[in-house]
Design a protein around this ligand. Structure first.
Ligand code: AMP
Length: 285
């Protein structure tokens, strides 16, 4: 469905729209984003359309989830273009609050999800998941959707949000969306815009290497040997690896030896740009 999209900037307006739909017996899906909309976000909106009558997208570049030396100021922003793409994918309402609406003077609450946030991105970005959990808890409570969609691209984040919702009894179903990739395998990301032409050429190797490792582990190779080859290939392509690990797909427990089901997760810098990706074991067809 393509139609106009209404933009609201206050929690009160958001609540009024959603309450109206619920009063009419309609279901509501939410797709939170930080903008810089690409096909990955649009796929989540399309998926949301299949799950609910109305889709609300949000755009908020959340300062709390960026570290001090990260790219909060440089993060790409362009609301008019983003709103048009979200409308094209089928969203009817865009919640785009400013920082004062989200974090009014005196704001003093942090949501911390334990356990799942300990390794992977939680190690290299120590304040990141508190920022994510806090803003996602707020967005879900502000909107009150029946279902909310988050991408598997941020696999650890998806599990953290499922845990958060269960632990705080937030009445919403969390659904994961498959990773949307370029033809050469590079996962779509707003941060791909930072890559130079030469870096962009090297970038798909990250996915190729973890997919290869997933195939090897699925064929009975040990995790240690499969990761050794993947690490060498990723470094040879010019990346500096932040982490490259094989974990339990539900608990994120670190795995070793031979396994049946798992998730391979990687974060690596290409120049100044940090890219993340993940694939299942066994690999998808
Ligand atoms: P972001 O705007 O980067 O915070 O992402 C907003 C939502 O889109 C998150 O749930 C992400 O996991 C999801 N997302 C980002 N990139 C992709 C992608 N390539 N495929 C699927 N979902 C994605």
């Amino acid at each position: 469905m393509t139609g106009p999209i209404e933009i609201v900037r206050t929690v009160a307006d958001l609540r009024a729209r959603v309450a109206g739909w619920h009063a009419d017996g309609e279901t509501v899906a939410m797709v939170p984003t930080m903008g810089a909309i690409h096909d990955g976000h649009m796929a989540l909106v399309r998926q949301a359309r299949t799950l609910a009558d109305r889709v609300v997208a949000s755009i908020f570049v959340n300062p709390l989830q960026f570290g001090q030396n990260e790219d909060f100021n440089a993060y790409p922003r362009g609301e008019a273009r983003d709103a048009a793409l979200l409308a094209e994918a089928g969203a009817v309402l865009l919640f785009a609050p400013n920082a004062a609406e989200m974090y009014p003077d005196g704001f003093a609450t942090t949501v911390h999800v334990g356990g799942l946030t300990d390794g992977l991105c939680g190690t290299s970005r120590p304040t990141h998941f508190d920022g994510v959990a806090t803003v996602v808890a707020k967005l879900l409570l502000q909107c009150g959707p029946d279902v909310a969609i988050f991408g598997e691209k941020d696999y650890q984040q998806l599990l953290v949000i499922k845990r958060l919702v269960r632990d705080l009894d937030i009445p919403v179903e969390i659904v994961g969306g498959a990773i949307v990739r370029e033809n050469d395998g590079l996962a779509l990301s707003s941060r791909n815009a930072y890559l130079s032409a030469k870096e962009r050429e090297a970038a798909p190797l990250l996915h190729t290497a973890i997919r290869q490792a997933a195939a090897e582990v699925a064929a009975g190779q040990t995790i240690e040997l499969a990761l050794e080859s993947a690490r060498a290939a990723i470094e040879a392509a010019g990346f500096r690896i932040d982490y490259l690990e094989v974990r339990d797909p539900k608990t994120l427990e670190l795995l070793s030896g031979t396994v049946g089901e798992a998730r391979i997760l990687v974060a690596a810098f290409l120049g100044k740009t940090r890219l993340i990706d993940n694939v299942p074991v066994p690999p998808q067809a």
